[in-house]
Write a protein that binds this ligand. Structure first.
Ligand code: GTR
Length: 327
């Protein structure tokens, strides 16, 4: 091949490459949290990481603040492939993969380390396989924190105080049942609308982790926190299984590596954020109260635990958790 032909060929190859790159629209990554929140920081770092290690073959755009819709909608959009990626709380995902309910039961873990020991091991891999079949490829287990109750004009000090309260929950079976068993009325409200529900008086209480309590502004209304830490839960960075199939295997491996790195970063940032959130809340006049003993709460949860212990979809996972010696 003479020199001018070679030059022509090289020019043609680079034009084709440029055209292919342009045609590749960035993958959309759904996120409910605002900028600066540990999840958002970790997702932005994930997007940068992926771009770098795939030489821009995979480019991700993070859409924070739930601008693409609320969580129930996002779960469906990822399943259908309309949105390629998302970071979800576990509630909605366990509606899809029933065995995941096992790790969302109340008063199961004492801390996140116990939970991550299982999720970073064989149990987590099994959940990943099931979620993948259900439409979600897990790229990293994030920390969803320890969830406690908080109320407007009502100080909770014991199990009887829950009677008659309207408590916001995610629209997930376990949370709905948990609140009913405490004698209160669950009100399912999407996360984005909880602040307005406090403002309008539609709810008396809600439950969440401290970073969300503060970043979503709930602490401005609900000045009494009852530190039950009733659910210690993970979250997941996921990609739509439909979209995953379009990624070359070598890049899939890179996405998994970057996902895991982002999860570790998120877990580190989380610890610091919990402390900061507590300080912000205290400064604004929020009062923290903790139960003196948990027996009464745990015995109220019996029907919920019994239900999942007898359900074949969750029994094996619960036995694995029990055998791991944490309970
Ligand atoms: C937050 C969590 C969200 C969502 C939200 C809620 O802590 O990060 O994914 O689950 O709680 O209560 O709806």
């Amino acid at each position: 091949m003479n020199a001018s032909r070679k030059l022509l060929l090289a020019l043609w190859v680079s034009l084709v490459q440029a055209a292919t790159c342009q045609a590749q629209a960035p993958l959309k990554l759904w996120n409910i949290h605002p900028d600066g929140y540990p999840v958002s920081v970790a997702l932005n770092s994930f997007a940068e990481d992926v771009k770098k290690i795939t030489d821009s073959r995979v480019v991700i755009e993070v859409f924070s603040n739930g601008v693409l819709g609320d969580q129930p909608k996002a779960v469906q959009m990822v399943k259908s492939g309309e949105v390629e990626m998302a970071e979800f709380g576990l509630g909605p995902l366990s509606q899809e993969v029933k065995s995941m309910n096992a790790i969302n039961l109340p008063f199961l873990f004492a801390n996140a380390e116990q939970m991550f020991r299982l999720l970073d091991g064989a149990m987590g891999n099994q959940f990943k396989t099931r979620l993948e079949a259900g439409g979600y490829v897990v790229l990293g287990w994030y920390d969803g924190g320890a969830r406690s109750f908080y109320c407007v004009n009502k100080k909770l000090t014991g199990p009887r105080d829950f009677a008659g309260l309207r408590i916001r929950v995610q629209s997930t079976d376990i949370y709905l049942e948990l609140v009913k068993l405490l004698g209160a009325t669950p009100v399912a409200v999407p996360y984005k609308d909880v602040l307005a529900a406090f403002e309008s008086g539609k709810i008396d209480c809600a439950e969440n982790n401290l970073p969300s309590f503060v970043s979503a502004g709930h602490y401005k209304f609900a000045k009494n926190v009852f530190v039950t830490e009733h659910v210690i839960t993970p979250e997941a960075l996921v990609m739509s299984t439909k979209q995953w199939a379009k990624i070359a295997p070598a890049d899939q491996a890179k996405l998994r590596e970057a996902g895991q790195r982002s999860a570790l970063l998120m877990r580190q940032l989380w610890q610091k954020r919990v402390i900061e959130s507590r300080e912000i809340a205290i400064k604004s006049g929020v009062k923290f109260e903790a139960p003196t003993e948990f027996g009464a709460y745990i015995s109220r949860m019996k029907p919920l635990h019994q239900k999942y212990w007898t359900d074949p979809a969750t029994r094996t996972e619960l036995m694995t958790i029990l055998a791991s010696g944490i309970k």
